[in-house]
Write a protein that binds this ligand. Structure first.
Ligand code: EPZ
Length: 422
């Protein structure tokens, strides 16, 4: 198990390329199960989660070939020969549950392991199951698996989600493309990953309208064809690296960055005193003047402030001038990075879903431990601005969602390297 060693080294200056979105790719890959023709994804990120999804699809009989060093995923489920998504793979990555809708739609049957718990919250899948039942599937939960069957195929329905769920919207959207009749998904998630999935499904022949709005309408079709589709830019990787010059100083250009992917994140950066300027190639980010100012943050479904950038924003606010309050409204346990930041001299108090951050002039390097994907990169951001050395342990969390972090940050002057854990 590796660790990442970071030495605070002042302002960052340079260029960082942003990869394709992990969370878009993890929904686009199961879409190959909807058709017996090839689906090719370009601009795919090279991440361990993508490799896990590859193994899952291959276990179902799909072919998944990584071309151009993994940036292109050539897939085909022509020879789909297994409808069971095994616990051993699903437990490693919750997004595996996104094969449920496509398998039911394509084959009328699916046996999918229930995903286990997760560090950031219980993360039930009840909304996914309710959506499948609304589309006419019979579900039987036993021995930790969902046994789903849709005799005669799925039928269009109104699916009215009580709360916004990205994954449940994705499962319902994919299932509805081959259901008989019309489906209306109400209170649908509006994230850019949903829009990207709908655009790919439309290239495959699906009839979809309203993606990106709270109501998505789908007219079922008999079959879907193959397609080639570029994975949308990763807005969470983008936001993460925008915070690097914000916390360290300097100016960084983010290739492929798009303001429209960021919702209210940019407003908060602006309020904190960070300027974002669009360029031909993406966007440039730097502090407007010295130390950033405290701002309050509430995480919400898109276009609100993304929960996946909450930990990284906390690292910035730990060094801000003033007191900030962060409210985490999406997950019940997503402040595990706070005690680790406090080991670096931050002053953060957590009470339930609220974290109060009293900014300090300077953080100090320390040994810290990553607890989940976004917490791991929050600690790296803090370490870049801290005095002295920081050793971040359990970086396997990091490799799930960030391609070549050391390389991208070193190119901008950071002193960061991967070292064997002590
Ligand atoms: C997706 O997870 C992302 N993962 C998460 O990113 C992201 O944090 C989350 O959306 C919110 O934006 C992928 O896309 C692979 P939800 P998902 O269903 O779909 C509750 C990362 O760091 N809920 O929108 O699982 C749930 O417990 C990861 O890249 C139910 O109650 O999130 C949560 O409180 C972390 N029942 C809220 O809804 C359900 O059936 C939002 O969850 C489903 C969800």
């Amino acid at each position: 198990m590796d660790s990442i060693l970071v030495r605070g080294n002042g302002p960052l200056n340079g260029v960082i390329p942003i990869a394709g979105a992990k969370n878009a790719c993890l929904a686009l890959m199961p879409a190959t199960l909807l058709s017996d023709e090839p689906l090719t994804l370009t601009n795919a990120p090279r991440l361990s989660d993508i490799r896990t999804m590859t193994l899952l699809l291959q276990s179902l009989g799909a072919e998944v070939t990584g071309l151009q060093d993994g940036k292109v995923l050539a897939m085909s489920s022509h020879d789909l020969n297994n409808l069971t998504a095994d616990y051993d793979i699903v437990r490693k990555m919750r997004a595996s549950f996104l094969v449920l809708g496509p398998l039911l739609a394509r084959a009328g049957r699916a046996v999918v392991s229930l995903p286990g718990g997760c560090a950031i919250g219980a993360r039930p899948v009840d909304l996914h199951l309710k959506a499948m039942e609304a589309l006419g599937a019979d579900l039987d939960l036993r021995e930790g698996y969902v046994h789903a069957e849709a005799k005669g195929g799925l039928k269009g329905a109104v699916i009215d989600f009580p709360i916004v769920s990205v994954g449940a919207t994705e499962n319902a959207l994919m299932a509805a493309t081959l259901a008989k009749g019309t489906t209306e998904i109400r209170n649908a998630a509006r994230e850019p990953e949903i829009v990207d999935l709908a655009q790919c499904l439309r290239k495959m022949g699906a009839q979809i309208e309203g993606e990106g709005s709270p109501t998505i309408r789908i007219e079922g079709v008999d079959r879907l064809t193959g397609a080639t589709h570029p994975v949308v830019t990763d807005r969470i990787e983008l936001g993460t690296y925008m915070l690097a010059p914000a916390i360290c100083g300097g100016e960084v250009e983010l290739l492929g960055g798009r303001i429209d992917l960021l919702g209210r994140f940019c407003e908060k950066l602006d309020a904190a005193g960070v300027s974002v300027e669009e360029t031909e190639r993406g966007m440039k980010v730097k502090r407007k003047n010295g130390r950033v100012s405290a701002v309050d943050v509430v995480t919400e479904p898109f276009p609100g402030f993304p929960t996946d950038l909450q930990a990284q924003m906390m690292a910035l606010l730990a060094t801000a001038d003033g007191v900030s309050v962060l409210e985490e409204r999406i997950f019940e346990n997503r402040f595990m990075h706070a005690p680790e930041l406090n080991r670096m001299g931050a002053q953060i108090e957590v009470h339930g879903g609220h974290a109060t951050v009293t900014g300090v002039e300077k953080l100090r390097g320390a040994r810290v431990m990553a607890t989940d994907l976004r917490a791991s990169v929050s600690l790296i951001l803090a370490a870049l601005a801290a005095e002295g050395e920081t050793l971040v342990g359990r970086v396997y969390h990091l490799d799930r969602g960030y391609e070549r972090v050391e390389e991208k940050l070193s190119a901008c002057g950071a002193l960061i390297e991967r070292v064997p854990s002590p």
